[in-house]
Design a protein around this ligand. Structure first.
Ligand SMILES: O=C(O)CCC(=O)C(=O)O
Length: 289
């Protein structure tokens, strides 16, 4: 059973209009690697320079199907101790409880903390080749500390405004954190693929504001050189937690399901919310949005 309407959780961001050029990009990522085995020293150097790496065919069609089946199983409500589904606000008047999971997924914004609840999703997050690549990027044993998926459903899938993932994490700024965003459908510039601004991870932290989301102020975004990262199912984007990135609204009729995992060095100590906000928060800072 899906959660009854009263217990349903909704995305707390704001689905509001934004400037048409906010997600303008100058390039389409064209320098992807073919599989995790292709990550060599040159690729690691590119990651350090640009803040991201594109890996095509990182997961097999069977693994992608397993991931999608896993998400549908979690949406169906049959996993009793899983309650990490968050719906788009646009679903608030919809009878999603009466829908089959296949239809219900088109109202889901977000999954949190799911990988422990489905062995196929767990296997993606702990894929040996992914972990080996992460060990090289991070410089020590990677530790999965967050799993999260934005499904960005057709027509209603809200944007994820420009941000740095590190602004969400209780980890010291010099902690090498790598995100892995895996396309389960084809992600295109029409249905809201990832857009990154290469090199911005080297500019340090940017103050975030609570606007349509916890985000970088729209007017602080300098998206010259922004690069869209379309991916086929099974392709993935590895990216620094300090790179500026975002995704526009899905105005298309196409699904754009994806999962995302974040890894830190196993030895990295945690900091506090206060320490994080002293760096990324607006309070006490002489800046406006
Ligand atoms: O999946 C998306 O649309 C954006 C994901 C993302 O940037 C994030 O969750 O930090």
């Amino acid at each position: 059973m899906a959660a009854p309407a009263a217990e349903r959780t909704y995305d707390d961001g704001l689905a509001a209009p934004y400037a048409p050029d906010l997600y303008h990009y100058d390039h389409i990522a064209a320098d992807g690697l073919n599989g995790f085995d292709a990550i060599d020293d040159q690729a690691i150097a590119r990651f350090d320079r640009e803040g991201y790496l594109v890996v095509h065919n990182a997961f097999s069609p069977q693994e992608v199907k397993g991931g999608l089946d896993g998400l549908l199983r979690l949406i169906s409500g049959e996993v009793a101790d899983f309650n990490g589904v968050m719906y788009e606000r646009a679903a608030s008047g919809m009878p999603v409880d009466e829908m089959a999971p296949e239809q219900r997924q088109d109202y889901v914004r977000k999954f949190m903390w799911f990988e422990q609840h489905d062995e196929r999703l767990h296997a993606m997050a702990h894929h040996p080749k992914l972990l080996a690549a992460l060990e090289r990027l991070i410089g020590e044993t990677p530790f999965l500390f967050q799993d999260m998926a934005l499904l960005k459903p057709p027509h209603i899938g809200r944007e994820k405004p420009w941000h740095q993932d590190h602004a969400y994490f209780q980890l010291a700024l010099n902690t090498r954190v790598v995100g892995c965003w895996i396309a389960l459908d084809e992600a295109t510039t029409e249905n809201g693929c990832m857009i990154v601004i290469p090199g911005t991870h080297r500019q340090g932290p940017v103050v975030h504001f609570q606007r349509r989301d916890w985000q970088i102020c729209d007017t602080d975004i300098k998206n010259q050189g922004a690069t869209a990262v379309p991916l086929k199912p099974g392709g993935c984007l590895l990216f620094s937690s300090l790179i500026h990135h975002g995704t526009p609204t899905n105005n298309s009729g196409l699904r754009r399901r994806a999962v995302q995992f974040h890894y830190r060095p196993a030895s990295a100590p945690k900091t506090t919310v206060e320490e994080r906000l002293a760096i990324f928060g607006e309070e006490g800072k002489d800046v406006t949005c």
